[in-house]
Design a protein around this ligand. Structure first.
Ligand code: NAP
Length: 495
């Protein structure tokens, strides 16, 4: 998307003498239509695990068509800087895609949004400084700015405002997720009022520029205020809410690109930006619902703060631990097993060992299902992606609401590196930061096995009473090693 914006902005700056739209324009428009259709189909297919791969490929084809279409615009005079941009972008993007681990996808996404938003803000700024002299010249002839100039200026101001605030906001989100910056919410008295004041000033600057585009000195002020607002918007938000915020920032970047499309009269940017903006917004709503959080609470609350001492008061309860051999014996005798994967499975990259365990149990006629919590892991669909990679059949992956009713009849609930999403405190402890979040009812199973390395808390920073329940057995260790040992036990000693 950022590449498209840069190309669109570059293409707009010059016209090749003597070259008309003709064939090239028809070709460009055709590729744009193909790209638009591909983006829509991609989004549709990406929403289900069975069609997600197809969705991904179609999305890539769409983006390739969009880039080719933009590159072949008849009014591009020079390709030198475009090539520099392409090489530079590929040099940064390719290593990121190849070496960044799956568990770091949220911060990688935040970084990508920062780049896209920067491109939108820079594209808008370039347009401003190129167009204002033309509008001034027109004004010199008529004595007033044309309606078109005022309208363009208005759209440009919103576009730059969104682009600049998304740029700094996404960088802050990246810093928090990468733990370069403190994850806890940073708050101060009157914060929301101060934030609204900065936003109000930025909007007022935009209005002033729309009324009089010749006040060019206001443009850097608008940029500065928007960037400051981006920082202020993110600092009070805790680490646990950051993925939701990233989806929201994605939406802002999309809207910014869409507005850029109006300014540059680029229909593909309008389509792609609108799709990006709408899907990011819908995703953040879905995530808020899954965590039982309201939008305003995410943006203006201070969730994610490590609640010192939460769940740690009172007597210390002992835990029962079991060996891989004992676990294999219990699993072999079970008729139904529900596996609940979480972030720890992703960290350990245990999905292939989980597949081995699934095969061993299925072979013995045990009914094995996977309970998928919508916010397990660190990004939406995290567990689905990993289990699909290990080729676990899709029909074995059951959404939380559909499987929760089965736990009272289930023989073994096997929790693999999940913590917050199975914490019963979410149901009854009103002081808990996860109170109200729907959870997977693992605690209701006849036997619970929990695989993790220690008694340390998960993302929300709180203890989990599930581990001290009478029917819970802890299997301490790295998820890959423990699941591998249990599968091996079943294969070798429990034939
Ligand atoms: P979690 O609560 O973060 O717990 C993960 C557990 O995995 C930890 O307790 C950790 O315990 C264990 N672990 C880490 N490395 C391991 C390894 N190598 N082997 C075995 N265990 C390992 O994870 P979750 O239950 O999946 O919950 C996700 C959290 O992220 C929720 O709080 C959710 O709200 C938040 N969140 C997710 C999303 C999303 O889109 N998915 C979005 C927003 C927020 P040890 O250190 O003791 O091993």
């Amino acid at each position: 998307m950022s590449m498209l914006m840069t190309l669109a902005a570059t293409a707009e700056t010059a016209t090749l003498p003597g070259a008309g739209p003709g064939l090239q324009a028809i070709f460009s428009t055709t590729t744009y239509i193909i790209a638009g259709v591909c983006f829509i189909l991609s989004l549709k297919w990406l929403s289900a695990p069975t069609t997600a791969r197809r969705g991904n490929i179609v999305g890539q084809i769409g983006m390739a068509a969009a880039i080719i279409g933009a590159l072949l615009q008849h009014n591009i005079v020079s390709y030198e800087w475009i090539i520099v941009g392409l090489v530079l972008g590929a040099a940064i993007g390719a290593p990121l895609a190849i070496w960044m681990p799956m568990t770091a996808v949220p911060q990688r996404t935040a970084f990508s949004h920062a780049c896209g938003a920067l491109a939108a803000a820079l594209g808008g700024s370039a347009h401003f400084y190129l167009e204002v002299p033309k509008w001034m010249a027109e004004k010199g002839l008529t004595g007033i700015f044309s309606t078109e100039a005022h309208m363009n200026m208005g759209i440009l101001c919103i576009e730059v405002l969104l682009g600049a605030l998304t740029f700094t906001g996404s960088l802050m989100a990246f810093g928090k997720l990468q733990e370069i910056l403190p994850q806890r919410p940073i708050t101060f008295k009157g914060q929301n009022y101060f934030n609204f004041l900065i936003l109000g000033l930025a909007l007022a600057t935009g209005v002033a520029l729309t009324i009089n585009p010749s006040w060019t000195f206001l443009f850097p002020v608008l940029l500065g205020l928007a960037m400051l607002f981006g920082v202020l918007l993110i600092v009070p938000i805790g680490g646990a809410d950051m993925p939701t915020v990233i989806a929201l920032l994605n939406s802002y970047a999309g809207m910014s690109a869409c507005l850029m499309g109006f300014v540059l009269d680029n229909k593909l940017l309008i389509i792609a930006g609108a799709l990006d903006g709408a899907s990011g917004f819908i995703l953040s709503i879905i995530m808020c619902k899954a965590m039982n959080r309201s939008f305003t609470n995410v943006l203006f609350g201070a969730f994610g703060q490590i609640q010192a001492g939460h769940g740690q008061q009172g007597e210390t309860k002992s835990v029962k631990s079991a060996s891989a051999e004992e676990a294999a014996g219990i699993l072999e005798a079970a008729q139904s097993v529900i596996i609940i994967p979480g972030y720890g499975m992703a960290v350990a990259q245990a999905q292939h060992k989980v597949r081995e365990l699934f095969d061993q149990l299925s072979k013995r006629g045990v009914d094995v299902k996977f309970a998928i919590h919508p916010v397990a892991g660190r990004m939406p669909g995290h567990m689905n992606v990993l289990l699909a990679e290990a080729e676990i059949p899709y029909d074995r992956l059951i959404e939380m609401d559909d499987i929760n009713g089965e736990f009272p009849q289930c023989d073994v609930a096997m929790v693999i590196g999940a913590n917050d999403v199975v914490n019963p405190a979410a149901r009854h402890d009103k002081t808990s930061p996860i109170y109200g979040m729907p959870i997977i009812d693992a605690d209701k199973a006849k036997t619970v096995m929990a695989i993790k390395r220690s008694m340390k808390p998960g993302f929300a920073g709180i203890d989990n009473e599930l581990y001290t329940q009478d029917n819970t057995l802890m299997l301490f260790g790295d998820a890959k090693a423990v699941v591998g040992s249990v599968a091996k036990e079943l294969a070798e000693n429990h034939k």
